[in-house]
Design a protein. Structure first.
Ligand SMILES: Cc1ncc(COP(=O)(O)O)c(/C=N/[C@@H](Cc2ccccc2)C(=O)O)c1O
Length: 456
């Protein structure tokens, strides 16, 4: 019996449309070889992102009917606030429309020009808001995270020596907070251990430096702690999550991942001064402090989704499906980031296309090839996503040149995973024929969303 069989059955389905190769050739050309620019009607299996693409439960849909759309004081807000307090442990909550809304509030409230913000590998919107507020981002993740072939249990860990060195170099007073991500998206959905989180807390507290968690996939992170960390083998995900968050001063959160909603987020904190500042600023950017850019119905669905996200059988099935796809690809020796992360398989585009320079955009090329092959949409997570250095304007050259096959929660079946695996294999068999791309349009901000390319 497969140990991770889903603890739910399907009640509602949404028809999928298949396309011909000719249709896909026209569609990807119209999209400038950028999968973000494809209309979803031309996508068969959509693995672009796990963000906002998750299936809600019948309880969450029922919750949508309980939307209290009062402008101020919505009952759904108070239920959401209470649920966040219960499961994440923070005292104060500022609702936002999604994660980057919280990142904006946190960065604007705590960062001043000349500050330095260390984090375990960059994330695109997170670093953008830190730099926009005038900070310099510093990657303090362990070196192992930059090696896609290395199978280590907690590649999301912070390298304490790197953090201590930065504190010595710039001084604690110029570090408003350390940003710790759980899991680490750009490293391949890699977890950080409880022991490492505790150690980061001890080091930073010695210098009076705060920690703000990017808790976007912290429940998935909790499963890895339960599976891989001494002493947590029979601890509930809810208890692991609560302890993990207790080593931070607050968190930014995208409700579109772990909490199983299509929109939503929050900034949570135990710091009274930050709460007052962010609660005041939220009315400028997101909406009143009791809805933050969400409808009442969305806040209700997110509160319910939080309670569902910590169910062990659900989380084992969610991560189990990702591992299943990894096992299929493994049988053909296809290169992807080891170990398999929480929310997707990250194909190693350098391993696919050793004949392409990074400036020919191997990951962008592979994402386009996979779409052409079978209408499967993936996301570039390489040099295009890494963007340009804020100071020099030069392209960042990340060691990881990846294509992310991101598995939405409770959406696709095992048969869809089989189709995805066979499509990746077909691309792998044709890998020598890949020619690379040239960027023909480069947006100013977060270029990967809207950049356009042409085949070389
Ligand atoms: C670890 C982490 N922290 C914050 C956020 C922002 O949250 P939000 O503003 O999207 O709600 C995200 C969003 N990640 C999504 C969507 C995305 C966003 C930017 C570029 C590509 C894709 C993805 O990885 O697909 C995240 O993963």
């Amino acid at each position: 019996r497969r140990s991770w069989a889903e603890p739910y059955k399907i009640k509602v389905v949404e028809p999928l449309r298949t396309t011909t190769r000719e249709e896909r050739e026209a569609a990807i050309a119209d999209a400038g070889y950028n999968t973000f620019l494809l209309p979803s009607k031309d996508v068969y299996i959509d693995l672009l992102t796990d963000s906002g693409t998750n299936a809600m439960s019948d309880r969450q849909w029922a919750g949508m009917m309980l939307g209290d759309e009062a402008y101020a004081g919505s009952g759904n807000y108070y239920r959401l606030e209470d649920t966040i307090r219960r499961f994440y442990g923070y005292r104060h909550v500022v609702p936002t429309h999604q994660g980057r809304g919280a990142e904006n509030l946190l960065s604007q409230s705590l960062i001043s020009p000349g500050h330095h913000v260390p984090g375990n590998m960059y994330f695109t919107t997170t670093r953008f808001h830190q730099e926009k507020a005038g900070a310099t981002f510093h990657d303090i993740i362990v070196d192992e995270a930059h090696d896609p072939t290395l199978d280590a249990p907690f590649k999301g860990n912070v390298d304490l020596a790197k953090l201590a060195a930065l504190i010595d170099e710039v001084g604690a007073e110029r570090i408003p907070y350390v940003c710790v991500a759980a899991t680490v998206n750009m490293a391949g959905g890699q977890p950080i251990s409880m022991a490492n989180m505790r150690a980061v807390r001890e080091l930073t507290q010695r210098h009076g430096i705060a920690i703000y968690l990017d808790a976007t996939r912290a429940v998935e992170n909790a499963l890895f702690i339960r599976e891989r960390e001494e002493g947590y083998g029979s601890t509930s995900l809810a208890d692991i999550l609560l302890e993990f968050c207790s080593y931070s001063d607050g968190c930014t959160m995208s409700g579109k991942k772990d909490p199983l909603t299509n929109i939503g987020g929050w900034l949570a904190t135990n710091d009274e001064a930050l709460f007052e500042e962010a609660r005041n600023l939220v009315v400028v950017y997101e909406g009143l402090h009791t809805y933050g850019g969400m409808a009442g119905r969305d806040m209700e669905a997110m509160a319910i989704g939080i309670t569902e996200s910590v169910e062990l059988a659900y989380m084992k099935s969610r991560v189990g499906q990702v591992r299943y796809l990894g096992e299929l690809l493994d049988q053909w020796g296809i290169p992807f980031v080891r170990p398999v992360g929480g929310h997707g398989i990250f194909l190693d585009a350098r391993g696919f296309y050793p004949h392409l320079d990074q400036e020919q955009f191997p990951a962008q090329t592979l994402a386009a090839q996979l779409y052409l092959e079978a209408g499967v949409r993936a996301m570039e997570r390489g040099i295009v996503s890494a963007g340009r250095d804020a100071a020099t304007g030069e392209n960042h050259h990340p060691s990881l040149e990846l294509v992310r096959l991101t598995i939405p929660r409770r959406v696709y079946t095992q048969a869809h995973m089989d189709v995805v695996a066979e499509s990746v294999k077909a691309c792998y068999d044709d890998r020598e024929a890949a020619r690379g791309l040239r960027m023909t349009y480069e947006p100013k901000y977060l270029r990967f969303f809207q950049a356009r390319f042409e085949p070389l």
